[in-house]
Design a protein around this ligand. Sequence first.
Ligand code: ATP
Ligand code: MG
Length: 311
Amino acid sequence: MKPIATLTLSPSLDSATETDALYPEGKLRCTAPRFEPGGGGINVARAIRMLGGQATAIYPAGGPTGEHLTQLLRHEGLEVGVVSTLDWTRQNLHVFARQSGEQYRFVMPGACLHDEEIHALRQRVASLPEGALLVISGSLPPGMDVADLVDLVVFARQNRLQCVVDSSGPALEAVVKEGGLLLIKPNRKELAALTGQPLETLEQVALAARALIQRDVTRYVVVSLGAEGALAVSREQQVLATPPQVKALSTVGAGDSMVAALTLKLAERASLEEMLRWGVAAGTAATLRHGTQLCDPVATAELVTQVHVGR
Ligand SMILES: Nc1ncnc2c1ncn2[C@@H]1O[C@H](COP(=O)(O)OP(=O)(O)OP(=O)(O)O)[C@@H](O)[C@H]1O
Ligand SMILES: [Mg+2]
């Protein structure tokens, strides 16, 4: 089993609460908040642990909010690699409005990263063992631009790490241009934006994914297709995995759960088909749970046997 680490550049301390309804001016009486860790890579590491693996979560954290975040992760038994920052870790707010059944998610800007802090994060990455998998997932905070991210990816590769990237927009575009990745997991929309094509049919999705493989950008492309499952492409193979029909409660956390399972199976040197089967199962398992909750391991294992695999 290869060691796994995840990198979250813009983590958050999320608080979730409930109120009757949202309206202006008056006081909105809320229930006592529940605190949860937030951020792409952090959630991937948590889901890997839920699925029986182990991953180190590397992230910047500052102030009391940062300490609270680290406490929550340590409490879950997660191994952490924290870089202290001057800026306080951001705090997001999720409000469930009981009367309408709507979920509001207030997302703050990430804590600013200074040059020395970015340097310290690179040192954390450099301390990972050769051959480890590094998952880079989540948004970029203020103070860090796309070039800094590309530098980090190049640096990781020079340190013989294999990068799994779940990103979008200009960040994904820049990282793909640099190449040398192990796996990318765009959803259909992200892949369409990346390739500048509409990608309406599955054949168009497959063509776009294969083009990336042919350009040697990455060893694997997994395109997630929501309820339709996902398509995985490598130089040798193409596999389409479809989950059974389920009643999805919340799709929040589906992408992170999928990336967690894909990475865990890569670390275990599973086949492309096995990897995709688990990725789709974990993504779908996350949709069976309310709110931001990640994949349940029992539901994931059950779904693995129900995922239909074709080409
Ligand atoms: N409605 C659904 N029903 C069943 N499975 C789903 C549904 N939505 C998502 N999934 C599962 O989760 C996986 C990832 O979902 P999706 O393609 O929506 O990723 P994403 O857009 O990256 O998600 P996120 O918004 O979390 O970043 C899918 O491949 C599928 O296995
Ligand atoms: Mg996603």
